[in-house]
Design a protein around this ligand. Structure first.
Ligand SMILES: [Zn+2]
Ligand SMILES: [Zn+2]
Length: 131
């Protein structure tokens, strides 16, 4: 498998780079095409000021306004990962369902190194609240 890094972050719902002690991970989730019209890329709705509503609880198609509940949509997505394994230094890429699991109280996206089968975890970052 050879994954291509997306040209634009605008095509991604999620993008992160992590550096670990002996490895690194780049992970992204590309927006999926609307299932109703097969044209629009499903994304967070925009407000009247044109800004994306990041806290919105749904995704909407900009073309036909088809709306899907956030959780339902995210569970159908695929995460693409390029990594260097911290255990065996293997460099590879993989794709896994974008489903986070609760591990020790944190939201974790876990995948396995294709060479040594070690678990590699991508923890959800905690953003500082502005308000
Ligand atoms: Zn649509
Ligand atoms: Zn490994």
């Amino acid at each position: 498998m050879s994954l291509e890094i997306p040209d634009s972050m605008d095509d991604c719902l999620y993008f992160t780079r992590r550096v670990m002690d002996d490895g690194k991970v780049m992970c992204w989730v590309e927006k999926e095409t609307c299932k109703e019209c097969n044209k629009g890329l499903m994304g967070k709705p925009r407000g009247d000021d044109g800004k994306v509503k990041i806290r919105a609880k749904e995704y909407v198609c900009p073309d036909c306004k088809h709306t899907v509940e956030k959780k339902e949509y995210e569970e159908t997505l695929t995460a693409s990962i390029i990594y260097t394994c911290p255990e065996c230094k293997h460099s590879g890429d993989t794709q896994v369902p974008f489903k986070r699991k609760k591990i020790k109280g944190a939201d974790i996206l876990r995948f396995q190194c294709e060479s040594c089968n070690a678990d590699i975890d991508i923890a959800k970052k905690f953003k500082k609240k502005k308000e």
